[in-house]
Ligand binder design. Structure first.
Ligand code: SF4
Length: 96
């Protein structure tokens, strides 16, 4: 079964706090299969290459972080890379 990014997201919407998902219409992976972004180890490079040229890479990454996505490639990053990214953000954020 082929499922695009635009159809995989609604399955998670019950736990999502997002004002707009319109960025998905511009996704470089819009017409690819979901399994490409939940890859086996030997397919991760291919998924990340698609993300490199994606015009909504940051929005995708933000979505994954806001929604605590632990699986898949989002914004060109796997889960561990997203954790490192979030840690860097916390370290660079000025104190409140
Ligand atoms: S950054 Fe990657 S996973 Fe996210 S929308 Fe773009 S191509 Fe798809």
């Amino acid at each position: 079964m082929t499922v695009s990014l635009t159809t995989r997201l609604p399955f998670n919407l019950s736990s999502v706090i997002v004002s707009s998902l319109e960025w998905r219409d511009q996704a470089a992976c819009k017409n690819t299969t979901t399994s490409n972004f939940y890859p086996e180890k030997d397919e991760i490079t291919h998924a990340k290459k698609v993300c490199e040229q994606c015009p909504v890479k940051q929005q995708c990454l933000d979505f994954a972080i806001k929604n605590h996505e632990v699986h898949g490639i989002w914004g060109g990053m796997g889960y561990r890379s997203r954790l490192r990214y979030m840690k860097q953000l916390k370290q660079t954020r000025p104190p409140v």
